[in-house]
Design a protein around this ligand. Structure first.
Ligand SMILES: [Fe+2]
Length: 235
């Protein structure tokens, strides 16, 4: 969705004004309303209230993670690409195309976090069925083995980064532990599920105990969203 789709004309002053980002519920290139400035990329709304993921994540934890860290990546990215051709790309296109450096780091972190929030739900947890459940059993032996392997990837990742479940073009699933802002999109793989294991994702609630955060994560996985991602990757 391109930002020009959100241009409206003010009948009062006869000039173009921009609809506020709070009216926009989709991801991609949108318009931010603050100060009437044109912004290439807008942080999507959190798909649930800030306190909806308790007791896995407190309202304070989500408020800092979404409202400070995630928001800062969008703000930094918009400052970096203002007036440049990159601002016309979708966020996903920019992540795939950007060379290593600040634009990639902020674009990927913006995209990765939006994906992370979508991977979670207050009504999440359990195990996936259908094609995704079958693929997990095929590629990892069982759901329990997959969960243990992905947890291990997240817990043991040195420093900051993300544990990913991703699919290749044949639908084969892979677990990746990627540092900093790295994403399967850069490797030609389709992200299916992710766990943010940057310390900022859990430190308020879990302090240094990343393993406890990762263990609790599984009770809130939005398998419906994850299954859609897998279907899109294989469709
Ligand atoms: Fe994060």
């Amino acid at each position: 969705m391109r930002r020009r789709e959100f241009l409206i004309t003010s009948s009062v002053v006869g000039t173009n004004v921009l609809l506020g980002s709070q009216l926009v519920k989709s991801t991609g290139n949108l318009v931010a309303a603050e100060g009437g400035q044109r912004m290439a990329f807008t942080q999507p709304p959190l798909p649930y209230p800030m306190d909806a993921l308790r007791p896995f994540l407190s309202e304070e934890q989500v408020a800092f993670h979404y409202g400070k860290h995630h928001a800062a990546y969008f703000r930094n990215l918009n400052n970096l690409v203002e007036g440049k051709p990159e601002a016309q790309l979708s966020l996903r296109e920019l992540v795939i195309q950007a060379p290593a450096g600040p634009v990639f780091n902020n674009a990927a972190q913006a995209w990765n976090h939006s994906f992370y929030w979508d991977c979670l739900s207050p009504k999440g947890g359990g195990e996936p069925a259908g094609a995704l459940g079958a693929a997990i059993a095929r590629d990892f032996g069982s759901f329990a083995e997959f969960r243990a392997a992905m947890s291990d990837a997240g817990v043991k990742l040195f420093g900051s980064g993300w544990a990913w479940l991703a699919a290749d073009k044949d639908g084969k699933l892979k677990i990746l532990a990627l540092s900093n802002a790295e994403t399967p999109l850069k490797l030609g793989l389709e992200p299916v599920l992710t766990i943010d294991v940057w310390e900022h994702a859990y430190y308020i609630d879990y302090r240094h105990e990343r393993a406890k955060y990762v263990e609790a994560f599984w009770g809130y996985v939005n398998w419906e969203f994850v299954a859609k991602c897998y279907a899109a990757a294989t469709g």
